[in-house]
Design a protein around this ligand. Structure first.
Ligand SMILES: NC(=O)c1ccc[n+]([C@@H]2O[C@H](COP(=O)([O-])OP(=O)(O)OC[C@H]3O[C@@H](n4cnc5c(N)ncnc54)[C@H](OP(=O)(O)O)[C@@H]3O)[C@@H](O)[C@H]2O)c1
Length: 241
């Protein structure tokens, strides 16, 4: 009988995370543990953990499942993310700034650490994918805190990959920028007033010209990486379709 795979996916309720979770549960040998504030669906092989990733004390308390015999792969996909208020720092409100760092970086960093400590010793395939962004390396006005959070996450991924290289049972760690994807995050970008975001016309044009990737296509690419991590020599890359 085929062995099972466990996928721990944050931000499973919408966009890329929803597409990925929906595709993975089609295979009954897969078990998805989805984390978000809103539950997207119910399924026999889907476990939902309701959690606000901005609440770092709660993230520290998460317990990952003990793996029964029969699992041959365990994966963590840190996908949850938020832009927060899109505005330049001279005008931005202070309210959402900390949450952007907590959701995009601190919670993902804690989940990576907990995943490594819990599963390092297991002789099964293990992968972490941290969902990055072009904003990890490119500076964008009005996204400064988002850019900083994604830069931190990308550096964390690179360090994990170096730490894991010589382990007996290494965890493959990727930082993957998904491209511009047709999700709620893009709706938020396009509904920002131009006086707060001078790059608005560029994102309106991409949408008008149908140049956004579908979440389903991005999910297919992520599944390809999860199924064949050794085939992807570059651990930091942007999805090109
Ligand atoms: N869309 C793009 O063009 C694009 C480009 C580059 C990178 N990305 C990255 O791709 C990832 C997925 O984004 P998306 O485009 O699919 O956006 P989305 O449709 O807005 O989905 C965001 C997901 O993150 C979860 N989330 C946000 N805040 C949370 C919190 N406080 N606690 C728990 N979960 C939270 C949401 O769940 P709940 O609201 O249910 O909690 C939702 O499932 C993000 O990391 C984003 O930075 C997206």
């Amino acid at each position: 009988m085929a062995k099972k795979s466990l996928f721990i996916i944050t931000g499973c309720s919408s966009g890329i995370g929803l597409a990925l979770s929906s595709k993975l549960i089609e295979n009954k040998e897969n078990c998805v543990l989805g984390i978000a504030r809103n539950c997207p669906f119910e399924a026999e092989n889907f476990i939902f953990k309701s959690l606000d990733l901005a609440k770092i004390d709660l993230v520290k308390e998460i317990k990952f499942p003990d793996i029964e015999e029969g699992y041959d792969a365990i994966h963590l996909i840190n996908n949850a993310g938020m832009l927060g208020e899109i505005n330049t720092l001279d005008k931005i409100g202070l309210e959402s700034l900390e949450d952007v760092i907590s959701v995009n970086y601190t919670s993902a960093m804690l989940l990576c650490t907990k995943f490594i400590q819990k599963y390092q010793h297991l002789p099964v395939a293990k992968t972490i994918i941290n969902i990055s962004s072009g904003a990890a390396t490119g500076a964008y006005a009005s996204w400064s805190n988002y850019c900083a959070s994604k830069a931190a996450l990308e550096m964390l991924s690179k360090c994990i990959e170096i730490e894991q290289k010589d382990k007996a049972s290494p965890i493959h760690c990727f930082s993957i920028a998904p491209g511009v994807v047709n999700t709620n995050m893009q709706n938020q970008i396009r509904s920002t007033p131009i006086e707060n975001f001078t790059l608005l016309p560029k994102f309106e044009e991409l949408h008008r010209e149908n140049k956004l990737y579908s979440p389903a296509i991005v999910a297919d690419k992520l599944i390809e990486v999860l199924q064949n991590p050794k085939r992807f020599m570059e651990k930091v890359f942007r999805i090109q379709i």
